[in-house]
Design a protein around this ligand. Sequence first.
Ligand code: MG
Length: 250
Amino acid sequence: MIILKSPQEIEKIRASCRIVAEALQLLEKAVEPGITTLELNDIAERYLKERGAAPAFKGYRGFPMSLCASINEEVVHGIPSAQRKLREGDVISLDLGSLYEGYYGDAAITVGVGEIPEVARKLLEVTRASLECGLQQVRENNCLSDISHAIQTAVEKEGFSVVRIFVGHGIGASLHEEPQIPNFGPPGRGPRLKEGMVLAVEPMVNVGTSDVRILDDKWTVVTQDGSLSAHFEHTVAVAKNGCDVLSRFN
Ligand code: MG
């Protein structure tokens, strides 16, 4: 069942998303050669706590940290570690969730470390753009899979591939609610979008094959062929006149 949110609930989700967005801005500034993913985790966790929010991922199904930090061929769910130092030319996906006054916010960005190769720059641009293409389909009476199809089309026309086995999700008083939101598929399928639906849309895009595998740590998802991967995510509400991006702030 897809839980529709009242305007008051949507404002609470926006408040939670704001904390995530601000933390991601801090992290983006902190990313530089030599910093460890554990240090990034601690920056995020400290900021959430300062703002009175709890890290949503810490302890979720046993995930040990607050931030998912996934470098290069790592797709999602990388575990921050004092052993993982960023190097010039890396790309790192930073995925963060907060729980604030009973509501979740979820967003992710991928950023380059210093100067990055041309293919990495293009991957980041295409992945970010594919998320925007998906969000353009968020409006009342569109079908859920119109979002999926727009993302897939934007990615594949640039020669990259969309990860299939991880998907976006509804969000609200729980971190993961119905519906699941694949980043691929034909348009015109699935439930109609309705005002009050709140969705976390999150394309994961690989330079090479769409196949992925999970490392022995039981969390870190990597591309099967070792190619680079990127990930962007926004939490959005279906509004009267289109898409209200709850996790976007200037
Ligand atoms: Mg998510």
